[in-house]
Design a protein around this ligand. Structure first.
Ligand code: ADP
Length: 330
């Protein structure tokens, strides 16, 4: 019978626990022994693990975060680190390692494959959705909801004072979370890495829209969503520049780590459950060095290297919708 290990690594995301639950149950059904490594790749280096049995899954589907804990691990990036991890996996006689994480974690898994020749399967878990080979990543849908409910609240206070707010949203170097949360919260403008050209062009467009709206309606509130890492001088620089252009008060808001938290929404629970189950169905097969995902509602597999090398464009119809009803409106 096979011996499977699982770990969660990199930025945590709601639904990682739902995925662990599915893996525990699927392993139990197949008669596999499941080892849960703690603290991402640190657990591999320290041989810090526990055997995961069915009792561990009670109420797990609804919990945010990850019971295995996540972490970053610099020493693992070296050859020495990966060799230690390989030795530890061999010592435990692990057949298959399942890594739940983002593209950094998959780079790590690929690096490990240079030194360990067991089966490696990745499962995409990140709120950023910046992993090719799957339409969505575990945690992404919950993060959209979290951002939308935060922007709804910002809207209340922005309306009350008829103020301009800038809300910075996570996403690493991708605009998935910013674009879709801006659309779903009826934000007035969105600045995305995929469409950003230069500061002056964005500032001109924003001021033009604010002016048009003011002429039409008088005093207004105006909410700008900006993806993190896009604006060269950061959020405060954007705010300062807007103050001088619009002669109005501008309030910058960083949503920060609340975006990673919370009980997963149903879409993340479903994705996590399907991908966890699918990953375990591949244990012992010839498939190796891949990430499992879901494309058009169908389970998919993609080479780990392609998850970060392949471009993942924003959904074209979301882009089209944004151009029609947001950045070009009024
Ligand atoms: P995420 O999985 O959310 O993208 P990180 O980028 O922080 O998270 O990566 C998580 C961990 O994966 C890192 O702390 C490191 O241990 C490992 N890792 C990331 N990039 C590499 C790499 N190029 N080579 C080896 N290991 C890596």
């Amino acid at each position: 019978s096979k011996r499977v290990a699982v770990l969660t690594s990199g930025g945590d995301a709601p639904g990682m626990n739902a995925c662990i639950r599915a893996i525990v149950i699927a392993c139990e059904r197949h008669g596999f022994t499941l080892f849960g490594y703690q603290h991402g790749y640190n657990g591999l280096l320290e041989q810090e693990y526990e055997i995961l049995a069915l009792q561990a899954t009670h109420n797990l589907i609804q919990q945010g975060g990850t019971v295995l804990h996540s972490a970053r691990c610099e020493p693992f990036k070296t050859d020495e680190g990966a060799k230690t991890a390989a030795t530890n996996l061999t010592e435990l006689e692990i057949d298959t390692l399942i890594v739940i994480g983002g593209d950094g974690s998959f780079r790590g898994a690929d690096h490990l494959a240079d030194f360990w020749h067991g089966q490696i399967i990745g499962i995409p878990g990140t709120i950023d959705n910046d992993v090719a080979g799957t339409d969505a990543t575990i945690g992404y849908y919950t993060a959209i909801d979290t951002v939308v409910s935060s922007i709804d609240k910002v809207r209340d206070t922005a309306d009350a004072f008829e103020r301009i707010f800038i809300v910075e949203v996570m996403g690493r170097h991708a605009g998935f979370l910013a674009l879709n949360s801006a659309l779903a919260s009826a934000a007035d403008y969105v600045i995305l890495p995929e469409t950003f050209q230069h500061c002056d062009a964005e500032l001109d467009k924003i001021t033009e829209q604010i002016e048009k709206r003011r002429q039409l309606k008088g005093a207004i509130s105006f909410i700008i969503v900006v993806a993190e890492n896009v604006w060269p001088g950061g959020l405060n620089d954007l705010a300062d520049k807007l103050v001088s252009k619009t002669q109005s008060e501008v309030r910058p808001v960083t949503l920060g780590h609340v975006q990673r938290g919370g009980s997963p929404v149903s879409q993340d629970r479903l994705l996590a459950t399907k991908l966890g189950t699918y990953a375990v169905s591949l244990v012992g097969s010839d498939t190796n060095g891949i990430m499992v995902g879901e494309l058009n509602g169908t389970p998919s597999e993609i080479a780990l290297t392609e998850t970060w090398e392949k471009d993942k464009p924003l959904n074209p119809s979301s882009m089209e919708t944004m151009l029609t009803i947001m950045n070009e409106r009024y």
